[in-house]
Design a protein around this ligand. Structure first.
Ligand SMILES: Nc1ncnc2c1ncn2[C@@H]1O[C@H](COP(=O)(O)OP(=O)(O)OP(=O)(O)O)[C@@H](O)[C@H]1O
Ligand SMILES: [Mg+2]
Length: 249
């Protein structure tokens, strides 16, 4: 037994005949930020859905907080999906209150205190009475983040949380994510951007459903053999090596 927040062992998943997750193994330590970086179709969203138990593995397994993920874990897990899944006719605060309720915040006074707190975190105080349908795309992202963290889960999955955010808000989000990990929360974050990747304590580079490299940003840069290598250089280096390996097989 380890105290890993997530342990993925030889995980496999298919959509029909398409292998989407192919023999993946990774371990994510509690209280760290872990980035999943990969191009469109690499399998990031599918992997997160397997980790939270929304999809069932075709092979191998996932242990989430030491157990196969089930619905009863919802209180300990926050999940911000890639596409916000909000009630468009309800207001910002009604949506967050709803998610707080289904994630087990029973005491309505305490729940509303927490709703107000997370609305401030995502900087939507002025819009708290506005219906979702009348918000911009970036604002919906922010509500979606608020819904994922309202119940203060120990393990938080964020599927492309910074897409569509302006640069100032991106910095604000990362300050907040860093505070969450310092407070002991585990964050699993998918992204396309190297700016996001550089903020993560550890990273997995994904390609075609496989992990092509894992490590800290510094380790991944150093592995290229070039002292000046950026994270983007490291990513391209590992992707190229994986392509060569695939052609040889
Ligand atoms: N519901 C589905 N039915 C069939 N194939 C799917 C489905 N969802 C995803 N796929 C396929 O699975 C593969 C992985 O998709 P996934 O959404 O996990 O990638 P991703 O890394 O999250 O991509 P993106 O960066 O675009 O969000 C892709 O080839 C995709 O076409
Ligand atoms: Mg995705």
């Amino acid at each position: 037994m380890t105290d890993a927040a997530i342990a993925v062992n030889n995980l496999a998943f298919k959509y029909g005949a398409l292998k989407v997750i192919d023999d993946m193994t990774m371990e994510i330590e509690s209280g760290t930020s872990y980035g999943l970086l990969g191009p469109n179709g690499a399998g990031k969203t599918t992997l997160i859905r397997l980790m939270v138990g929304l999809l069932k593995p075709a092979g191998g397994n996932v242990l989430c907080l030491g157990k196969p993920p089930t619905r009863s874990m919802a209180k300990n897990i926050g999940y911000m999906p890639q596409l916000p899944a909000l009630y468009s006719e309800l207001s910002v605060e009604q949506n967050i209150d709803f998610f707080g309720r289904i994630y087990g915040l029973k005491d309505s006074k305490k729940r509303w205190e927490r709703v107000n707190e997370v609305i401030k975190v995502v900087d939507l105080w002025e819009k708290r009475k506005t219906q979702i349908v009348n918000l911009s795309g970036g604002m919906k992202q922010r509500v979606s983040l608020a819904c994922a963290i309202v119940h203060q889960p120990s393990l938080i999955f964020l599927d492309e949380p910074t897409v569509g955010l302006d640069p100032e808000l991106r910095v604000h989000f990362w300050d907040y994510f860093t505070d969450l990990t310092k407070a002991g929360h585990t964050l699993i974050i998918s992204s396309h951007t190297f700016d996001d990747a550089a903020h993560c304590q550890r990273l997995a580079f994904l390609r075609l459903g496989r992990v092509v490299a894992q490590g800290t940003p510094a380790e991944l840069r150093a592995a290229t053999g070039n002292k000046e290598a950026s994270l983007e250089d490291a990513f391209l280096y590992f992707i190229k090596h994986d392509e060569v390996k695939e052609n040889v097989q």
